[in-house]
Every structure is written in C-alpha cells, then in structure tokens.
Design a protein around this ligand. Sequence first.
Ligand code: ARG
Length: 703
Amino acid sequence: MTDAIRFLMCPPDHYDVDYVINPWMEGNIHKSSYDRAVEQWQKLHHTIKDHAIVDLVQPEKGWPDMVFTANAGLVLDKTVVISRFYHKERQGEEPYFKAWFESQGFTVHELPKDLPFEGAGDALLDREGRYLWAGYGFRSELDSHSLLAEWLNIEVLSLRLMDDRFYHLDTCFCPLTGGYLLYYPPAFDSYSNRLIELRVPPEKRIAIDEPDAVNFACNAVNINQTVIMNKISDNLKSRLSEAGFNVVETPLTEFLKAGGAAKCLTLRVTEPIIEDRHAATQLESRTVCLQGHLLDAGLINRALDLVVEGGGSFQVQNFNLGEQRQSTSSAQIKISAPSHEVMEEIMSQLIDIGAFSLQEDVQDAKLETVHQHGVSPDDFYVTTIYPTEVRIAGEWVRVQNQRMDGAIAVTEGPSGPIARCKLLRDLEVGEKVVVDVMGIRTIRKAESREQRNNQEFGFMSAGVSSERRVELIVEQVAWEMRQIRDRGGKVVVTAGPVVIHTGGSQHLSRLIRQGYVQALLGGNAIAVHDIEQSMMGTSLGVDMKQGVAVKGGHRHHLKVINTIRRCGSIASAVQQGVITSGIMYECVRNDVPFSLAGSIRDDGPLPDTQMDLIQAQQHYNQLLQDTDMILMLSTMLHSIGVGNMTPSGVKMVCVDINPAVVTKLSDRGSVESVGVVTDVGLFLSLLVKQLDRLTSRYDAKTA
Ligand code: ARG
C-alpha cells in the first residue's frame, strides 16, 4: 500500500551552510553549491515520489537548515511532538513546522522551553511500530524521553550518542522493514549497545564500518523493501540485498556539508502504529543536594561531569552561592538516567563526593543477606576512603573500619545496629550487606580553597621548577614528621628496593634510628637488598660505593638469603651480629615493627617474608592502624595496597621517579595525598637534611 505512505520535504531554496553547529559544517561555510544542492534534492524528491506521496513545506528565508525536515518533529499517527532545537540557529524553524502540522490537523504537543528534542532526527520507530528508539547526548535531552512515552503512548528506549560526528540518532541508526537494524555501533555507549543487542537479534543487526558510517549510510529512507541513501560500499550493498532490500543510491554530497543526507531531508508523516501499545520507559530521576565550596573547590563541576560522563543528565534546580570566601554554597540537582542500572552507577559516585538526598526523600539503606561465606549479594555498595554513614531503621549509623573497596556489613549489636567495612572474603553467612545506593552518605569536610591551594595547586603553579617543587614538599613533609614525632604520632613507611639501589638506605636507616618511623611495610626485596648492602656492600650486585657491578655480584643476594635463613629470622641475624647496619638492622634495634609481603618473583624468600598474602594484608592493616602519615617510597604495588586500606584524613606522600605511578597513587581525589616525581634516594637525603635543620637546636648530636 505504497500510496498510503507520505513524507514531508522542504525545497532547498534557502539552503546553505551559514554557521557551524556540528562537525560536518566546520570549514564548509558557504562552500556548498546552490545549483548542485537543488539538483541533488530534486533527484531525491523524485526517487521518493516513486514510492510514496511527498508533501512540501514552504522554505523560509534565513533558516537554511529547514530543508532537514526530519527535525521538524516526531509523528505518530495523528499526533506530533514539535522539535525544541538545541541551537538557537535552528529555533526559528519551530513556528513554521508547527503551523504546517496544525494546518494538516495533527494534534500538536510542545515540550517545555528548556527541554531540547530534535524530532525524528533523534527518535526512530521500530518499523513494526512496537517501540521508539530515542537518542540523547548531543541535541536531545534525556528528560524529553519520558514525555514522548507519555504523549505517544509508546515504550521509549533511550540510546546515548557518544561521537559528535553522529550527533543525531538518524545519522548512525536506521530501523528497517522486517525488524532489521542498520547501525554503527561505535557511535553508542556500551549500555546502549547492550540494549540494542537485547532487542534486535543478531541475524537482524546490520552493523556497518566507519567508511560507510561517514558516508551517512545509516541516514537512509526505508520504504518497505527499498532503502534510499547517499553512496555506500559494495559490501554493504550486498549485505542489504541479502537481507532482501533494494538499494537506491542518490548523491547528496552538498547536504553532507551541513551534516545531513537522505533521511534528514525527509520526515515520514504516516507512521504505522500498533493498537496494543503502552507508555513505558526505563528512565529514572532523583534529586540530590550538594554542599561545600562548590565553585572554588570545583565540586559542582565534578558532580555534573560525573553525571554526564556516566550517561545521565541533570537539571540544576537550585543554587545558593556562598558569597564570602569562607562561606559554603549549596545546590539541588535533578539527575536522570536511562535505567536503574545507570542511575545506581551515577548515584554511587555522587555519594562518594558527598552528595546526599533531600530530607524528604531519605530512605533506609537496603540490606541483603549473605548466603555464601566470602561472597556478597550482587549490587553491594563499594566503600571509599571517606567517612560513611548508613541509615538503618531511621537512624544514621557511622560505618566502622572505613577503607576502600569493601562492602558495608550490618549486624545487630547490644545497643543497636553496627555497620562495618568488610572485605568480600571476610563476609559471613547471615550477615547483612548494604546494596543499591539508598540511605548511604559520605561525610566530606568542606575543602576550603586555601587547603587545596596549599596541597597541590600551590606547588604546581607555573614558575616553580620541579627541583624547587621537590624542595618545597620536602620542607613541608619534614615539618610534619617532626610534629608527629614530637606528639608521639605515627609515620608508616612503605618502601621498595629502589630505596637501596638509589643510595637511600643510609637516610632511611637514620630516620628509623631517630624515631621518625613507627612501622615499615615492604616486600622480600627491600629487606634482601638492604641486608645484601649491609653484609656485602652491594645492592643487586652493584658496589654501592663505586657504582660498578661486582664480578659474580648477581649471586650476592642469594647468599644473603641463605645466611638469614640459617639464622632463622632477620631479628636473630641482628642478635647474632650477622647484620650490623641498614634499614632492617635499625628496625630490629629500635623495635620498629615491619611486615614483608611476598610475591611470585621472590627469591628465597627470607624467613620473615609472609607468602600467604591474606595474612600479609592483615598484618599490613594491623600496622597501619592510627597512622598519621604514610611515606610511599618507590613501590607501586605495596603502596596501592596500603592506599586501599587507609581511610581519608591520613596524609600520604608518594615518591617515585615514574610520574604515572605518582599520579596513580596520589589520585585518590583526596587533598591529603601529595605526589613527588623524583629519585627516591635524593628525596630521602633532602628529607634527612631538612629534619636536621629543623631539629638541630634540640638534638644535634644524634645526627
Ligand atoms: N545542519 C543540521 C543540524 O546540524 C543538519 C541536520 C541533519 N538532520 C538530521 N536529522 N540528522 O542540525
């Protein structure tokens, strides 16, 4: 019944590339040929007229993109949702399209002013009329999808566009007769691709490659078994004909310059509908509050970026700007997400940066029971380093043993519920675990701008050389280490063998001797090479005084290991006078506890090395209790492990010659961590010097 099908087109009388609102238009201003555009448009017009009736809307001067009638609105039966253009360059088209639909007797729906939606460019019916695929990310707002569902009484499936070359859904997605789908998967995020794969069986999916995609192959007009489009590859042509389609190519290069092709230039105004359909969408919305130095500490940007990057959308409903330097701001933000799954992902990250629910929306945390030892119910909330509270029976309960990457286990104590961070492996059958993202909040101290400036930006500021930056950090670290020692606090050092290879051993030894270090965490290697240096003067076979490799030196460390194994432990080697200097020696002599965690590559190992990693983690954790500061010296894995066990509020100083390691470790989103890219031996020598300078009046003799 071809003759029942109608399309709307707009002649290109005023078409031109006058401005840039998509990447295709860049460099093409006034570069399209009027004559060629008219000729190409007419060819398309004729081709479509062979298969359907074409109505025309009067072109209007000053609105060059009006030729792209796909963006007039979205039609279903006798109802139309008129577009709300994102860019002001096209907003003037709205009244003309609206007038046309009214003249044709359509029921017209209009979206709120600030809710962009660009019509059939961003919303495509499954060709059986069962549901509507709707795009968002560039031109159309996610929140418009729930109104589409309601007004058109149809199920809406939201797809997120990721590549700005494919800014409208119809540039990369084309449902075809018989349930087929022609599309370009990389234009979508992974959640959307999964949704597509759930709805369209593999034998019906015609995924195309980039060369066809950039020729607008998906921007096709499908009428029954015919698909009309700009040029496509032979390969795609034969795939389409195998699926039973008859491909008609018609050149549309002049319109490609504005970012459109066949489908964009047309709007189907007779869309098939099925009777038993119902409004549905997976869309979810929530309102959250944020408080703190939202602008000057950058919190609001971080929150909004998080929402958008996570695949959601936001509306700032309220923003109270704190006017004084010390005053905080607050904001209320409505978050939308295409599904509960995406919402949970976004919400858990917002909770991590301190967002909380409106008073009236607060619910109790959702708890689920552990059924298998060491295995959590799915969907558990993953903890962070920040102080956290969960709401149980209407009361906020502070989570104990705060650490990263745990689950929150809730048990009934004598005086009410107890919530604790637990590692998955420690979960016990019958315990309850917090799942989903309800009733959870993290307490974030309002980071003042001064704090931020001092910790990071001050040092990073232009004009400070990297040498000077290292000195500045050393000065600050030395100052704090002295304070901590004087008040009986705790500094933990985690160190790798590089400390020895770079000549840092004597300095670290001295820090231990002088009482600046309260625990040492490392692996087999730091101890082996420290003892090798103390017993044989080499580190991994290199003479530490001359800096040259010693003949046969590569065997030294094995001999050392053997000797210590004979002694039974590092401590007894010290007692027997086998080890007389170095880091391990000072630990033993000064009663500084140490923990050596083994690994697959360890030689020996030393009798003290804990090869059971769960035990090693527990020992580390025990030594880390009540720490004030952690010095991480050139050991990535041990430092990451330590970082995961440490709640916020503990100062971490990470030193490594490799900037990537420093970034990885100091990037905890916490102001308490400082990264230093430098040679660790050098860092330690500067640190010792600075501590001497700071303490010389008091205990010059220990130097
Ligand atoms: N220049 C127009 C714009 O950027 C092109 C519109 C193409 N239309 C479409 N349905 N993809 O809005």
